[in-house]
Structures are given as C-alpha cells and as structure tokens.
Design a protein around this ligand. Structure first.
Ligand code: CA
Length: 223
C-alpha cells in the first residue's frame, strides 16, 4: 500500500514515516501543500495522511482541489487539539477520517487499515480466501488455522492481491505498494516475494500471467 504523508513538522513526520514503513506501507513524505498536489498528480496513492496547517497551500485547499478533480483517494486529516472548526471544514471538504494531535501510531495504523477496507469495498475485518485468512489490523496470516510468518513486504503483496481478488495486477503496480520515493527498488523483488508467498502458502494461490502480472483467483465463484 502506497501512502502519501503530508506533514511539515519534521519530528512528527519522520516518526509517522518510520512507523508506517514498519507496518508494511510504502510512504512518500512531503512537507507542504504544493508538493502534495504535485505528488498526487504523478503517483497513484492508496491513501493520504494530510496535515491541515501547511506552508504554501493549506491541507484544506489540497483536499478541495483533490475532490474537485474527483480523485477519490481516501484522506485522513491531522488537526491540532481544540480546532473543531478545522475538523468540520475538513470533513465537509471530503476527508474520510481525522485524528487529533498528538495521536497514537497504532490508532493511526488501525484507522488507515479501516479506510483501505472501506475503499476496497471490504467490510470484513478479516480477508478470507479458501484456507487462507489475513487480518490487516494485526498483520496476521494463517492457513488452515496455522499462523504463517510473512515479511512486511510479503504481507503487503498478499494484502494487495486479496483486496482485489480476480483482478490481474502488473509487477509495476505491485512494486508501487512496496516502495516509497528514494527507496531503491530491488530488481525482481516482486517475483522473489511471490516465490516466498507460494512456498509458504501453496503454489496454487497466486497465478502468474506471463508478461501481464499476478492474480489470486476467486474461490468457487466467490471471493
Ligand atoms: Ca502543520
């Protein structure tokens, strides 16, 4: 999952960036409203975490611009305490959720996972596919009830494929969920992670369409 983080407070921004990266998200971090617009124009994001008080262009203006263009990336806004007006204006401008600073990193991750589920049209707290279960909130995966250990990137890939069962995704699309800006993309990394996922979860789970991409097929006509 690739997330755009817009936050001008370097201490807070760096803490969130590190925490979300550890949770398996790919993060691009920008520190003003104009850079946020540029990023949104050039990269597809699964989510945006948006501070309201920003240099150059406020978070509210970024949000209004985004929604006027009918870009429906889910947005969680960050607001200072005692600024009810900001929160209301943010929600009215099309924010999907908000957190008040200071906030707990675990709560941010839980809320982001909830937004991802909603945007993918999933209401279940657990993604189930045949014998395999994936719980986004706890980062747990099991097969036939047996816990399976996955790396953060393996988890991210499996999560992305399970959110879109039946839809083929190219290697480039999947790579975008694994790496933020400035992170070196290891060659063949998607292939390597898929290989590990197959070893851990069964070779039949993920299907390769040579030259096209990867897909997890529907089970018995349902997901
Ligand atoms: Ca700020």
């Amino acid at each position: 999952m690739r997330i755009l983080l817009v936050e001008d407070d370097t201490l807070l921004g760096d803490g969130v960036r590190v925490g979300l990266k550890q949770a398996g998200f790919a993060i691009d971090w920008v520190q003003d409203g104009l850079a946020a617009k540029l990023a949104l124009e050039t990269e597809p994001y699964a989510l945006m975490v948006l501070d309201i008080g920003l240099p150059k262009l406020s978070g509210l203006d970024v949000l209004k611009w985004l929604r006027e263009r009918h870009l429906n990336v889910p947005v969680l806004i960050l607001t200072a305490r005692d600024t009810v007006a900001d929160r209301v204006a943010g929600l009215n401008a099309g924010a999907d959720d908000y957190l008040i600073k200071p906030f707990d990193l675990d709560e941010l991750i839980a809320r982001l996972n909830a937004l991802l589920r909603r945007s993918a049209g999933q209401v279940a707290l657990i993604l189930q596919h045949g014998e395999i279960e994936l719980t986004p909130s706890t980062h747990q995966v099991s097969k036939n009830g047996q816990a399976i250990e996955l790396s953060a990137r393996e988890f991210t890939l499996l999560h992305e494929l399970l959110l879109h069962v039946g839809r083929v995704q190219s290697r480039e699309q999947l790579e975008q969920h694994l790496y933020g800006w400035g992170e070196e993309v290891e060659s063949n990394s998607v292939e390597v992670h898929i290989h590990h996922l197959r070893k851990k979860l069964g070779v039949e789970l993920i299907r390769t369409l040579r030259g096209v991409g990867y897909v997890i097929d529907k089970v018995d006509g349902k997901s």
